[in-house]
Design a protein around this ligand. Structure first.
Ligand code: ADP
Ligand code: MG
Length: 630
């Protein structure tokens, strides 16, 4: 077995492990099932990537988001590690080839989505593959009590039976309550409980809640007063634009970010923020996963997310560099009512989910028995307007269907245009003789993309335009014409998410939803919203304490900087005894000096004690206005 330090240096160029990384790695190298609870940005990926390189055989990494998987695989490849991401975007043939390569040892690390994990093609291959470890990233997705439950995660334990029980499992997450931590280990069939947990405490990240009648004004004030870059979280796409406008008008450069924007716009805005060309990213919660900007000083929420887990994760994007940062929640009268309406009233009943399923099928024009396996471009807003459904409820219902494996909602499906050649090379050649422009496009297309006649490939029209020297518009026109002539199939990117049903349309009443699971899940959800409301309403406990306690951690020292701590410091008056004691061992001083030396925020806190001691003649004011003993 290779030495982890050597591997760390060799592939990543890092000299030392971060706290707990080494313990976690040693634990799994010793063959133990291992659970790692490290904050976001704590370096969880290396916890499985390093041992993967130390051991013989391949490491399977289960991960929920395609974008994250692709991102990691790219990073690994750049570091000279063979890796692949297997997910729903793969077409059958390519997938078969990739899986065969996997068996023959072409990859050291295989990222796989939980859905793909269950496919027969994958499972049958696993029997013949030498697996060194199974790593489960974002492991809270396995628990019904977790804030992002995904049923396919439940099947991971079955993989253990196939690859052998002695192959260790590593579970990683940033946010889990003690109950969820237990549940994760049980669901993954841990042979023995084994947790490495870094404290959730972030000494330099201060959480606060401020009540205000004018959130926008407050927001601008904060950015005017405080230096550094920030993230503002809003919970609607429209609002991200409004807020960015307001900030810009106040000379605070900002850009919006949400899942409704084109992928290109999103990555441009993200880039501008990462490179400090703008100060503030105004985003929905679509922003943040996998983003690692160390110097974020302010994370401001204009609306509370529906769980402390999400809040903690979002606010936790501040101060990764270890310097002081602020997590601020702006709250107004009525916010708690909104939170309840939005996240509790919006939870559909099982019957409502069935109805929405039916409406969805009608909306997409799917006949009974049909619709399985093909992508439908889908616009939630248009759908809910047409069928007069509460948007939040429809969104929820679709998420329920996704969890139940009824459909898949893919944000990225239409990000790329797709192309497949339907005709023979001779047909294509004779077509190219007709027109010079199409000849150039066809030639570049064949040069740039392989195996277009075998299956759909992702293409980029702009690349084709660059390569062929034909304008972008003409490239698209040419492809459309070839599509019309049925020489190729061209699916242009729509920028919309796609819905893919797992099975053909069934009758409303025949749509099966597991009621028991659903109830457990909904109740846990209600509890989380409740905990978030408690956080907003808390007026006596330090904010950090409140959050830490939710994650099962106790701390003695209050942070001293949050709104609650500050309020308490302000209210705290000095006792006559304390003042007298101080005066006895110090030379005469004026009120300001006393306050400063006694570490008291405001003179007013001294006033009462001073007045009392003056009245009962214990102290007097000397000619300099200083307080001294009688
Ligand atoms: P997490 O998954 O816990 O949120 P990541 O695995 O994405 O965090 O790591 C966050 C960042 O920390 C990455 O840029 C990674 O390269 C860096 N990092 C992790 N471990 C180390 C280390 N030992 N030394 C230096 N940088 C590290
Ligand atoms: Mg991670």
């Amino acid at each position: 077995m290779e030495d982890p330090h050597k591997i760390l240096k060799q592939y990543w160029g890092f000299d030392a492990f971060r706290p707990l990384q080494e313990d976690i790695i040693q634990s799994v190298l010793a063959g133990k099932d291992t659970m790692a609870l490290l904050p976001t940005g704590g370096g969880k990926s290396l916890c499985y990537q390093v041992p993967a390189m130390c051991m013989e055989g391949i490491t399977i990494v289960v991960s929920p988001l395609i974008a994250l998987m692709n991102d990691q695989v790219q990073h690994l490849k750049r570091n000279g590690i063979t890796a692949i991401a297997i997910h729903s975007e793969w077409r059958t043939k390519q997938l078969e080839i990739a899986l065969d390569n996997m068996v023959s040892g072409a990859y050291k690390m295989v990222y796989v989505s939980p859905e793909r994990l269950q496919s027969p093609g994958f499972i049958s291959r696993m029997e013949n593959t030498n697996v060194s470890m199974i790593a489960v990233d974002e492991a809270h997705c396995i628990s019904q009590w977790g804030h992002d439950f995904r049923p396919p995660y439940r099947k991971i334990a079955e993989l253990r039976e196939i690859v052998g029980q002695d192959v260790p499992v590593m579970a990683l997450t940033a946010t889990a309550t003690p109950q969820v931590v237990d549940d994760i280990q049980a669901c993954l069939a841990f042979r023995k409980k084994n947790i490495f947990q870094k404290s959730f405490y972030r000494p330099k990240l201060t959480y606060s809640v401020y009540y205000t009648d004018d959130k926008y004004k407050h927001l601008v004030n904060i950015f005017n007063k405080m230096p550094g870059c920030g993230i503002v979280y809003a919970r609607s796409r429209k609002r991200t634009h409004e807020l960015a406008d307001i900030l810009n008008k106040n000379q605070i450069p900002a850009l919006p970010y949400h899942a409704g924007m084109s992928p290109r716009e999103r990555s441009e805005n993200q880039d501008a923020w990462m490179k400090n060309r703008i100060r503030v990213m105004v985003a929905t919660n679509a922003f943040g996963m996998g983003i690692d900007k160390p110097d974020v000083r302010l994370v401001i929420h204009l609306e509370a997310p529906p769980s402390p887990e999400e809040y903690f994760q979002e606010a936790g994007r501040g101060g990764r560099d270890g310097h002081q940062a602020w997590g601020v929640m702006l709250s107004a009268k009525g916010d708690i009512g909104i939170l309840k309406r939005k996240h509790l009233a919006g939870i559909p009943t099982v019957e409502e989910v069935q109805t929405i399923y039916d409406q969805l099928n009608r909306y997409l024009g799917i006949a009974f028995g049909a619709g399985a396996g093909r992508p439908y471009a889908f616009d939630l807003f248009e759908f809910t307007r047409k069928h007069k459904i509460h948007e939040g409820k429809a969104h929820e219902a679709i998420k329920v269907m996704e969890r139940e494996g009824i459909l898949n909602l893919s944000d990225s499906f239409w990000e790329h245009s797709r192309l497949k050649i339907l005709c023979s090379p001779t047909q294509l050649y004779s077509e190219s003789l007709r027109n010079e422009k199409s000849a150039t496009v066809i030639k570049s297309m064949l040069r740039m993309y392989e195996a277009l006649h075998i299956d759909y490939r992702k293409i980029r029209e702009s690349d084709l335009a660059d390569r062929s020297g034909v304008g972008l518009f003409d490239v698209k026109q040419t492809l459309k014409q070839l599509h019309k002539k049925k020489l190729l199939s061209y699916q242009a990117s729509t920028g919309k998410p796609a819905i893919i049903f797992t099975f053909g349309r069934v009758r409303e009443k025949d749509l099966r939803i597991n009621r028991q699971t659903y109830n457990v899940y909904t109740n846990a959800r209600k509890d989380r919203v409740g905990a978030m409301i408690e956080y907003l309403e808390e007026s006596r406990r330090c904010r950090a304490h409140t959050l830490l306690e939710y994650f099962g951690e106790k701390r003695e020292e209050p942070c001293g900087l949050c709104d609650v701590c500050r309020k308490q410091q302000k209210e705290k008056t000095v006792s006559t005894e304390a003042l007298l004691l101080w005066l006895k061992s110090n030379p005469p001083a004026d009120l300001r000096a006393i306050a400063e030396k006694m570490n008291i925020a405001r003179i007013e806190q001294l006033r009462k004690a001073v007045d009392e001691l003056l009245l009962n003649n214990t102290v007097k004011r000397n000619e300099k206005g200083q307080i001294e003993l009688q």
